[in-house]
Design a protein around this ligand. Structure first.
Ligand code: GLN
Ligand code: ZN
Length: 769
């Protein structure tokens, strides 16, 4: 049985590409040195896949920065503002590429980067293609041909991977009014066809066209675009074998379109859309055709060992209907979203052999795919690989490390009333007004202060054992007290302790909760050279003891002003981790929510009167299909409410969100019922507030008055203007004054100057009303 892979991680097993890219941008290595690193990674990836026995190995899945940007360059969709960089010299191609990715400030030019957004519902971000009304396409980059040739020279006939033309258009944006980007298909296709022809001429037998757009809600025109694209491609290339892949969800109403495509093979993601398999196997037109079916049985987006029994059942069901020759075995999606290699995890004290035995990273997943292809045609009851796999699965299913009856019982005993505060917001607001005695337009910040090298050093030294606990904590306390004095001097109303003790807003909590484990090298590309190392939630989550109370209580004891407690919300902790696949996401989130709830109650007991629970990732969790939004939003909002509702009315609960549009989820944001929400709005000039205004959002709200992503210090006037704009749509008594987000990436001088101006703006505004 044929096995294949959809794509392999490309940053290098030790993030070599990240480092080389950053050196190239800093000017410390040249183009050739960068390309050499890139080439080495490609070669290693191909070898790894060859050694694992993968039959069809992908090429062009590599990218220096982003594969959607690569596609824009392939078809010459280069926005006008970059044309000044196109002077035909070949050495400039990289300059242009990185200018589109990161912006360009050199030689008197100042060109901004392309917009970046999330790749489906993953944490990978791509550069959004930009289209204009009279968009012209032309072949520009031959990367796909070069990489095919490169592998060919090593004796590997790869399966080139291209982002399919329809999904490419769907993922882009119209930059002017008066046209629909889907209508660009007919002018885009000749580019694809010319490249496919050349690939075929050079010896490519299979090509993979990724069309995950088929798991979106599509209108009729978009559906027809798929049919039109693939019949034109088929007509131009009758012999080339074309594999169309779908992933990240079931096909649902798009199944008929997918089946009708005149291609040689169709790939399904069974880890996120298993229901499509029985549907396709009873479809006469598919079954009676000669098309192959690729089964994505090994999860490309998570780190759990595959359950061979379950996968083989799927494979055997398909083989029974289609026969062995028509079935391929594969990961569910590209392995881009998995860390490289479990064998790099050597620290047994952290990742114990028991837990490690439940995991598989990209390299291990390749072996799972080829083993499954081998086992598919055998009686595997005595096969050692099969037996070892089932033993690991059984160990995970029953491990006392994972399963804590008390935690499960507590979740099952959650009652409706646990989601509700004592009284409705209007009553709480009156009580808080009296107890907290905050002025009109209270000011605050979002939590973190600059993480200077010194602060990072402190944590690193402590981790290494170079500082004792006592020395470390003394230094952190000094930082906190300094920042409190400084906030008081500035005149901020609700202070923060600064989060100096935290490396990362999820990791900090994960390290203190049971059921989490951390890797040393489990990096996954987030965008460009940025990689993240998500914690792994493997077991039932429980809080052994208070996590933040010591620091918050210390800070409150050192100031006569209110100091805000600072927590990360359950949905964000879930969303930024690798999650369990052995229970619904909702259950894991509720377990985390109960742990946070206990922390909130303990903070209240310790005298903290204002507590913020950050939920920047609520929107990221939205399902790809609209009909599934309601269910998700219900439990996500419930999880937040569960974490927040254990306190008395006089305790003020804040939440914070950034990078969000709120229009289509505003009712859910309101249902979270935080007393105060702070949001990012300054870059949209308060436009994001409109959703709150139209909804008559009842609770208090702090629309960020300045962008913390830039070192630029905003003027007092600018911020007053934004606040006045906000006052047009929010009642004065509900308006807070704060920056867009936490300040950890900023430096102190600009932070101080910006906050000083922000406080002046708040004061002037108070005087004017
Ligand atoms: N409290 C966090 C901070 O200030 C919030 C970060 C975020 O919203 N991403 O750093
Ligand atoms: Zn934020």
């Amino acid at each position: 049985m044929l096995s294949h892979n959809l794509g392999y991680p490309r940053v290098g097993s030790l993030r070599e590409l990240k480092k080389a890219n950053e050196q190239f941008w800093a000017g410390t290595i040249d183009r050739d040195a960068l390309q050499k690193v890139a080439r080495k990674i490609r070669h290693q990836n191909w070898e790894t896949q060859q050694n694992a026995g993968i039959s069809l190995i992908p090429s062009n899945d590599f990218s220096l920065y982003d594969h959607v940007l690569d596609t824009s360059l392939m078809v010459g969709a280069i926005p006008g503002r970059y044309h000044q960089l196109l002077d035909g010299k070949s050495n400039k191609e990289l300059d242009l590429y990185f200018a589109m990715a990161r912006g360009y400030q050199k030689n008197g030019l100042d060109i901004n980067a392309m917009e970046m957004t999330k790749w489906f519902d993953t944490n990978y971000h791509y550069l959004v293609p930009e289209f204009v009304k009279d968009q012209k396409f032309k072949r520009y980059s031959d990367k796909v041909l070069l990489e095919f040739e490169d592998a060919l020279q090593k004796g590997i006939v790869t399966k080139p991977v291209l982002l399919g033309p329809v999904t490419y258009l769907l993922l882009g944006k119209e930059k002017e009014a008066g046209f629909d980007r889907i209508d660009l298909l007919d002018s885009l296709l000749p580019i694809y066809i010319s490249i496919l022809k050349e690939l075929s001429a050079r010896g490519a037998e299979w090509v993979q066209l990724d069309e995950p757009g088929l798991v979106f809600d599509l209108n009729e025109k978009e559906k027809l675009a798929f049919l039109s694209a693939y019949s034109q491609i088929r007509e131009a290339l009758p012999k080339l074998r074309i594999l169309v892949t779908t992933y990240f969800g079931p096909l649902e109403d798009n199944l008929g379109i997918a089946i009708a495509l005149p291609v040689d093979a169709l790939h399904l993601d069974l880890t996120r859309g298993a229901e499509t398999l029985p549907q396709i196997l009873v479809d006469d037109s598919f079954v009676s055709s000669t098309k192959k079916l690729s089964l994505g049985v090994v999860d490309g987006r998570n780190i759990w060992k595959n359950d061979y029994r379950k996968s083989l059942e799927w494979i055997k069901t398909a083989v029974n209907v289609l026969g062995e020759d028509r079935v391929l075995v594969a990961p569910s999606s590209s392995l881009l979203h998995s860390p490289y290699d479990l064998e790099l995890e050597k620290n047994e004290a952290v990742l114990t052999p028991e837990i490690k035995n439940w995991l598989a990273f990209a390299k291990q997943k390749l072996h799972e795919v080829t083993t499954l292809a081998r086992l598919a045609t055998l009686d595997c009851s005595n096969d050692s690989a099969f037996l070892a796999n089932q033993k690991a699965i059984e160990s995970r299913r029953t491990s006392a490390l994972i399963h804590k009856p008390a935690v499960k019982a507590r979740v099952s005993e959650v009652r409706e009333s646990d989601f509700d505060r004592q009284n409705a917001f209007a009553i709480r607001q009156a009580i808080q007004l009296e107890k907290l005695k905050l002025p009109l337009f209270p000011s605050t910040t979002i939590g973190s202060f600059p993480q200077t090298d010194e602060v990072r050093q402190l944590r690193a030294q402590f981790k290494k054992g170079a500082l004792t606990l006592n020395e470390y904590e003394t230094r952190i306390r000094e930082e906190i007290v300094d920042s409190l004095r400084w906030q008081e001097e500035l005149g901020i109303d609700v202070l923060v302790h600064g989060e100096f003790e935290r490396n990362d807003m999820v990791e900090y909590f994960g390290e203190q909760l049971s059921g989490f484990v951390f890797t040393q090298n489990g990096w996954v590309q987030s965008y460009g050279s940025r990689c993240v190392k998500p914690p792994i939630i493997y077991g039932d989550v429980e809080r052994a003891e208070p996590m933040t109370v010591k620091w918050s209580a210390f800070a409150q004891a050192n100031s006569a002003k209110l100091v805000k407690g600072m927590l990360t919300g359950p949905v964000t902790i879930l969303q930024w981790s690798f999650v369990r696949d052995d229970q619904p996401r909702k259950d894991t989130t509720f377990q985390i929510a109960l742990a946070i709830r206990d922390e909130v109650i303990d903070l209240e007991k310790a005298g903290i009167k204002v507590i913020q629970i950050d939920e920047p990732a609520i929107r990221e969790g939205l399902p790809l299909r609209k009909h599934a939004w309601k269910t998700y939003l219900k439990w996500a909002v419930d999880a937040f409410r569960l974490s927040a509702a254990g306190v008395a009315d006089q305790t003020q609960i804040h939440t914070h969100m950034c990078y969000s549009e709120f229009n289509d989820i505003i009712d859910s944001i309101a249902a979270m019922d935080a007393d105060v929400i702070t949001i990012e709005t300054s870059r949209s000039q308060m436009e994001l507030l409109d959703a709150f205004a139209q909804f008559n959002y009842p609770n208090e709200i702090g629309p960020g008055v300045y962008d913390i992503h830039s070192p630029r210090v905003p003027t007092v006037d600018e911020m007053i203007l934004l606040l006045e704009k906000a006052l047009k749509v929010i009642p004065a008594r509900n308006l807070w004054v704060n920056p867009d987000c936490g300040l950890k990436t900023r430096k102190w001088p600009e932070t101080e100057a910006a906050l000083r101006n922000m406080i002046s703006a708040a004061n002037l505004l108070r005087e004017s009303v």
